[in-house]
Design a protein around this ligand. Structure first.
Ligand code: HEM
Length: 428
């Protein structure tokens, strides 16, 4: 970017941040969220938004919805789009809460999610076979191997390790990379892509962040363009080769396959890393529930489900009103941007009794909206559930004395909830 443009861009971002700050100081709860004032615990802030009524009008230009029923209603209704069709862009918004929705940690070229309903359905039909039960069962064995190998390596280095960087992050990065047929996996580089694209969902706040995002998107694009072309010439036993194969009369154009790969990579690990880290953090803070998992590792899927409810990796999703309508007794003109606060919907007392209690025996935890609902329900949910099941049961079986061993660091984003670091001691 030329210098003059960089300066203009920096000034614009600074101005917008000052505006957010000024609204936040005057009590705007969404602006406070976007300024990351509540990263440690956003849930009391969500309760503040809930107390204001079904649709909370923020000066940041979005209306926040916290009720489980209303969020579900919006997600299942085609009257709401994923992005502002007049201003739709694959670039992240530069002004606080995004005016356009990006899939979780999925920047880059994912326009097929936002176009005509029929195109989106066709895309899902072509991608879905990779996540069917039989396929997930095939990946499970490899996921277990990777989980054990990572723990072996962490323990070889001593009894203390970092749950996120040594385990919860490399596990899904390795799994999704292998699935896509990427042979030279650079875990640190990929973790960086996840961090950069994930942070951008809140909106870009600095020129440096914008540059990092563009660089990451460019590198991913180049990597997958090369991979897709290689697989076209030499098909293998991987997802890219599957996506290249026509199904009946349908086939995905090359640009969509490249975009799909980028989306699956970035959406496919950052969120799962956060699920595993959030679950372990909670369990280690609530020893009784950790002991219950140690006594019966088959509880791992229930732990994952309650963690998805209690502390979901994706905290909000954006939708845009297509034509003027009414929601929760409020008129919403066409173009209104809604922030569906999944973290709040998952703690709606009308659906979940005693919602702020983490309880791995909760019978209805699966009603959470962590994977959304409706047409954009997370494609990778079965893979994420399997990976979390493996990660949590392997940890409980091998490290029953696992404990926290230092200060954690959180990811600097309000959209994705997770940890950068969680030092632990294996007790060995
Ligand atoms: C715990 C882990 C995960 C969580 C919490 C999660 C959550 C979500 C959410 C909330 C959305 C909807 C975004 C929106 O429309 O606003 C979504 C969509 C999506 N997710 Fe996931 N996800 C997870 C794991 C994965 C994995 C492992 C993959 C693939 C390998 C994946 C691939 C996708 C894709 C492709 C979409 C777009 C679906 C569409 O728009 O039709 N996700 N996910």
């Amino acid at each position: 970017m030329p210098n003059a443009e960089k300066l203009r861009s920096a000034a614009r971002l600074q101005y917008k941040r000052a505006v957010l700050w000024s609204h936040a100081r005057r009590g705007d709860l969404v602006c406070r969220l976007m300024l990351h004032e509540h990263l440690a615990d956003p849930y009391p802030l969500y309760e503040g938004i809930r107390a204001e009524g079904p649709v909370y009008r923020s000066r940041a230009g979005v209306q926040a919805v916290t009720a489980h029923e209303l969020c579900g209603q919006v997600l299942r209704d085609s009257a709401f789009g994923r992005r502002n069709e007049d201003a739709g862009t694959a670039e992240p918004a530069a002004d606080g809460p995004p005016a356009a929705a990006d899939a979780p940690a999925g920047g880059g070229n994912a326009s097929f999610l936002d176009g005509e309903v029929a195109d989106h359905m066709r895309w899902r039909r072509l991608v879905a076979p990779a996540f069917r039960t039989r396929k997930i069962a095939e990946y499970r064995h490899r996921t277990e191997e990777v989980a054990h190998r990572l723990l072996d390596a962490a323990l070889d280095r001593g009894g203390d390790f970092d749950l996120v960087t040594d385990f919860a992050s490399p596990l899904p990065i390795t799994v999704i990379s292998e699935l896509l047929g990427i042979t030279d996996v650079d875990v640190d580089r990929f973790a960086h892509y996840g961090l950069v694209t994930g942070r951008a969902i809140d909106g870009v706040r600095s020129v440096r962040q914008a540059t990092e995002f563009r660089e990451a998107a460019g590198e991913l694009d180049a990597m997958f363009t090369a991979l897709v072309r290689r697989r076209r010439d030499e098909p293998g036993d991987d997802l890219v080769s599957d996506l290249l194969r026509p199904q009946g009369d349908e086939r995905l154009p090359e640009q969509e396959i490249i975009g799909t790969c980028q989306l699956l990579l970035t959406a496919g690990f950052e969120t799962t890393t956060n699920l595993v880290s959030n679950a372990v953090l909670r369990l280690l803070s609530d020893r009784e529930q950790w002991e219950a998992l140690v006594a019966d590792p088959k509880l791992a899927p229930a732990v994952a489900e309650e963690s998805l409810r209690y502390d979901p990796p994706v905290q909000y999703s954006i939708r845009v009103v297509r034509d003027t309508l009414h929601l929760g007794g409020v008129t919403l003109p066409s173009g209104t941007v809604l922030m569906l606060v999944l973290g709040a919907a998952n703690r709606d007392p009308d659906v979940f009794p005693d919602p702020h209690r983490f309880d791995i025996t909760r019978p209805d935890a699966g009603q959470h909206l962590a994977f959304l609902s409706g047409a954009h329900y997370c494609v990778g949910a079965p893979l994420a559930r399997m990976e979390a099941d493996v990660a949590l049961s392997v940890l409980a079986e091998r490290l029953p004395e696992l404990r926290r061993a230092g200060r954690l660091r959180r990811r600097p984003t309000a959209a994705l909830r997770g940890l950068l670091n969680l030092p632990v001691s294996s007790g060995r």
